[in-house]
Design a protein around this ligand. Structure first.
Ligand SMILES: CNc1ncnc2c1ncn2[C@@H]1O[C@H](COP(=O)(O)O)[C@@H](O)[C@H]1O
Length: 276
């Protein structure tokens, strides 16, 4: 087939996507469809729009208060998951690792277990032809240790349903990794590879040694590499999930030209380009 442009070539190129949060990957069209389903019950949603740019990464996490109202029941979660897979497939992704934080909504009868049942069933039944999809289960930085341990229990329960790893995500300006560390240590003992959102903002730098002490297999973002983290990460060759669009939109990186991808490339450190 004759390719008409570089853009077309990039779309058709078979790709892997390893860092995509389900609720962070809803396209404007998916959000619109979910909003239309829900706005009778929740008129506030009618005026909600994702802004094109943000002033600070904190504003980014605030958006999820709205987005979670769009996916607050099992049917919407299934619809959102199916749309996300279909859109990645259309963009030429052949291997996809989605990640998501189990969420309950008692008002709609959704539990963390039924949330994951819905997601894993959708991955199995609605996966586009020619694409393989696996799931990473996320622990939110704002979780208590008990909640984090519950996520590990869920990962064990859903292990044979395509769960391949456990993630640390959530508002990088909140929470304390040391509180959650025993859950990550247990996850590792149980054989789950770990991927951790790492050093997205300066406040994260003091906790970096603690995150690295649980032996993550991959790191998300790793935007700010202090000398001591850099030397451990380079020594162990821990691959970085580079999320350029997310970094530039949330202003943790000033521009694409100044992105730390360049340093990783020049220093021959393994990384993978991701979207969110
Ligand atoms: C910008 N960098 C980031 N850093 C940390 N966590 C992030 C993130 N981007 C997204 N999330 C996490 O993904 C969740 C939404 O998807 P799920 O409900 O899990 O599917 C958000 O609530 C946040 O915790």
């Amino acid at each position: 087939m004759l390719l008409t442009s570089l853009h077309e070539f990039c779309i058709q190129l078979p790709k892997v996507e390893l860092h995509a949060h389900i609720n962070g990957s809803l396209s404007p069209s998916t959000m619109h469809q979910l909003r239309t389903r829900k706005q009778d019950m929740n008129p506030d949603l009618a005026s909600f729009k994702v802004p094109e740019s943000l002033d600070h990464i904190k504003d980014f996490f605030d958006l999820f208060k709205f987005i979670y109202q769009l996916t607050d029941d099992e049917d919407s979660v299934a619809f959102a998951t199916e749309q996300v897979m279909a859109e990645f497939a259309k963009d030429g992704v052949r291997y996809l690792e989605l990640r998501t934080t189990p969420r309950a909504n008692p008002a709609k009868g959704m539990t963390k277990t039924s949330y994951l049942q819905t997601v894993t069933a959708t991955l199995k039944e609605r996966c586009p032809q020619g694409m393989t999809v696996n799931l990473i289960i996320s622990i939110d930085r704002r979780n208590t240790l008990e909640e984090a341990q519950q996520v590990v229990d869920l990962a064990v329960a859903f292990r044979d349903k395509g769960v391949v790893a456990i993630d640390l995500c959530g508002d990088c300006t909140k929470g304390d990794f040391d509180t959650l560390k025993p859950a990550f240590e247990r996850a590792r003992q149980l054989g789950f590879p770990l991927t951790l959102h790492f050093n997205e903002v300066p406040e994260n730098i003091p906790e970096a040694p603690s995150l690295l002490s649980v032996y993550p297999s991959r790191l998300g973002h790793a935007t700010l590499l202090d000398d001591s983290s850099r030397s451990i990460i380079y020594d162990r060759r821990i691959p970085v999930e580079v999320c350029m669009t997310s970094n530039v939109i949330s202003k943790t990186v000033p521009s694409y030209e100044e992105h730390h991808l360049k340093t990783l490339l020049l220093e021959d450190h393994p990384f993978v380009i991701c979207v969110r």
